[in-house]
Design a protein around this ligand. Structure first.
Ligand code: FES
Ligand SMILES: [Fe+2]
Length: 464
């Protein structure tokens, strides 16, 4: 597995802070562009024109998380990655490496794989007339060769086309632009921060999706700040002090990075959801409401050391976390180095431009990927992973999507995602309200939303 340190000599996150608004040149080229860092024009979330620009100039040019490696553990395993009408097959090769192949027969265009599966004998067979390719994309059999002009079936012409494909931290990333800069350059500095939090040691516990009546950007931005917790997820807001106090506000800071990435982080682990929170109660609510950032095994450990302690004291929090660290050591679970930076990320999140979010906590991580759905700016496909770090050597078998569940389905979604999903469709309706025109951003809590849009404008302008 590749690591940041193999790719990047520099790790200077301070030098990766994003600069301010776009220049006039960018703005003059992009319709519905950002005017400043404090407002987002509403049309960016529903206009067909803007959606078509993203289709043409963003998605074919940007690195995207296409699959987790454990979806394709064995040679011949494949999974399809679809983005705004383009389909790629992510295929494990006989030597263990991975390729991303454009999913279209070179004869008459039939898609060669759907969903996920295995290509037996490392041969990709077209279901229409039976042409065959090796899993590396080279042609191995042209059925009816004698009926074709030899010049039209030159092996170089009819090999399956590749996209760029690189792995990092157990994930497969693709870029359809063969001239795009390397993955780790594009993910800087988000990948560096996440690697310190140990995401490369994590594997999927579960993976689900919902189809939501909401633009992909509006959906993911709902997770760019923890500031909505108080109103949207009151059960997580167990802060008992003055909500307007400086102590409370300073527990979260927001940082826009270059490349469109962003971060929010909390003061420390104890104050993730309010400096005077009941640590045990917060842990229970996080587990019950999401089963991702905090798992049942964590809660069990925290409960085991509670005794008759007051679980809203710093002494209890320290004891609970030390019990967790001891559990990791005893169970052979790879833990991150517990630096202040790592602890601050517990309860925060990292946005990787354009459409991927990771929320690491302990040796777990909640992950979101948001894609446009059905060529429609009003709809998105919202996927959620729960990752955790298993004891060394544990084999969990092949990972598949557990299912697509209605956003209100309380058998499959915990309270936290249902609370978030409920906002999203209301936002998409509100964004078209004739009275609106733009949204208004906080200059403190919502800076990474502006940063993402400005990076998007720069990328569109570079192509126009
Ligand atoms: S369309 Fe694929 S072999 Fe004919
Ligand atoms: Fe939320």
């Amino acid at each position: 597995m590749s690591t940041v340190t193999e790719h990047l000599p520099a790790d200077d996150i301070e030098s990766a802070l994003a600069s301010g608004p776009n220049g006039d040149e960018v703005n003059s080229k992009v319709p519905h562009h950002m005017v400043d860092s404090l407002h987002v024009p509403a049309e960016r979330y529903y206009s067909r024109e803007f959606f078509e620009l993203e289709k043409k100039h963003l998605w074919p040019k940007v690195w995207q998380m296409a699959a987790r490696e454990e979806e394709i553990p064995n040679p011949g395993d494949f999974v399809e990655y679809e983005i705004v009408g383009q389909s790629l097959l992510i295929v494990r090769q006989p030597d263990g490496s991975i390729k991303a192949l454009h999913n279209a027969c070179r004869h008459r265009a039939t898609e060669l794989g759907k969903g996920c599966g295995r290509f037996p004998g490392n041969q990709i067979v077209c279901p229409f007339h039976g042409w065959r390719w090796k899993t590396d994309g080279s042609i191995s059999h042209v059925f009816g060769r004698e009926g074709f002009d030899p010049a039209t079936i030159d092996p170089n012409d009819i090999r399956l086309r590749e996209a760029q494909c690189q792995t990092w931290a157990g994930m497969v990333w693709i870029n359809m632009d063969l001239d795009a800069p390397p993955l780790m350059e594009a993910l800087f500095p988000a990948a560096n921060i996440l690697e310190r939090n140990g995401v490369q040691n994590m594997r999927a516990k579960w993976w689900k999706e919902a189809i939501i009546n909401c633009n992909w950007k509006l959906a993911q931005e709902a997770f760019f700040e923890g500031w909505h917790v108080k109103q949207t997820h009151p059960q997580l807001y167990t802060y008992t002090g003055d909500a307007e106090s400086e102590e409370n506000k300073q527990n979260v800071s927001y940082t826009p990075f270059i490349n469109g990435h962003g971060r929010f982080q909390s003061g420390d682990a104890r104050s993730s959801y309010g400096g005077k929170a009941d640590f045990l109660e917060s842990a229970r609510n996080l587990f019950k409401g999401q089963d991702a950032m905090t798992l049942e095994r964590d809660v069990t450990i925290f409960e085991s050391v509670a005794g008759d302690m007051d679980t809203s004291t710093p002494e209890y929090t320290q004891k609970a976390l030390q019990a967790l660290f001891a559990f990791w050591a005893g169970a052979g679970i790879a833990a991150p180095a517990l630096t202040p930076e790592v602890l601050k990320m517990w309860g925060g999140d990292i946005h990787l431009f354009p459409n991927y979010l990771m929320l690491p906590m302990y040796t777990n991580c909640l992950v979101y990927r948001v894609r446009p759905y059905n060529d429609d700016p009003d709809w998105c496909r919202f996927e959620v992973w729960s990752l955790t770090t298993y004891p060394e050597g544990q084999d969990n078998g092949r990972l598949t999507l557990s299912g697509r569940y209605d956003k209100d389905d309380d058998d499959h979604w915990g309270l936290i995602p249902r609370q978030d999903f409920a906002n999203l469709e209301r936002m998409q309706r509100g964004i078209k309200n004739v009275s609106l025109g733009q949204t208004t951003l906080s200059s403190e809590w919502e800076v990474t939303i502006a940063n993402m849009h400005q990076e998007l404008d720069r990328r569109l302008a570079a192509e126009l």
